[in-house]
Unconditional design. Structure first.
Length: 196
């Protein structure tokens, strides 16, 4: 589990099929078997050294996330898994990507920027104003929900410390909707006695 508070930027150093190697400033602290969120995708560390870590992304992950099209040298957001004794500063992020959102527009609005994303209709039912989403692994509050997408605001720190600052219209971002909304829907759909 993650919080969506990005610890560092890294980049794809190399790939051999489904085996990915990422340059990472905290790679020396990683242990084999632990989880790292890479632009919102939970991956398992298979090897690590002073500056890189390796992992394998299964075919479904490569198909359903931006990792499938990630090019060597491209920047990624990195976050280690949440420790049980740490603050939960963002929101509950699993690293299980629900779909791809595409940036439609970015507009400066005072000190911050508004980013409007198109998102799959089947995911928008989990999106509510002032609710939480993770875009490229970044915990964000939904400012508005539109019929075909959502708008978030990012502050200068978020723009500088994550890949969101470099996104341009047409860019893709991994989207994870709020897991609590999915659980509530699941309980209601099954007619659980506790939900009635």
């Amino acid at each position: 589990m993650f919080t969506g508070l990005i610890e560092a930027l890294g980049h794809l150093e190399s790939r051999a099929g489904a085996r990915l190697r990422f340059a990472c400033p905290f790679a020396a602290e990683l242990a084999v078997g632990e989880s790292v969120s890479v632009s919102g995708v939970c991956l398992t560390v298979e090897a690590a050294d002073q500056g890189t870590f390796d992992c394998t992304a299964v075919a479904a992950t490569l198909r359903r996330t931006t990792l499938g099209n990630l090019q060597q040298g491209e920047t990624v957001n990195l976050e280690r898994a949440l420790r049980a004794d740490a603050r939960l500063g963002g929101h509950i992020v699993q690293g299980h990507v629900d779909g791809i959102a595409r940036l439609e527009a970015r507009v400066r609005d005072g000190e911050w920027e508004l980013l409007r994303f198109a998102a799959p209709a089947e995911l928008l039912r989990y999106v509510v104003p002032r609710g939480s989403v993770a875009l490229a692994g970044v915990s964000l509050t939904v400012l508005e929900r539109q019929a075909e997408g959502l708008t978030v605001a990012i502050i200068p720190h978020t723009a500088a410390a994550t890949t969101l600052g470099a996104l341009r219209p047409g860019s893709a971002a991994n989207l994870e909707v709020d897991v609590i909304a999915k659980y509530v829907e699941g309980l209601l759909a099954r007619g659980a006695p506790e939900a009635q």
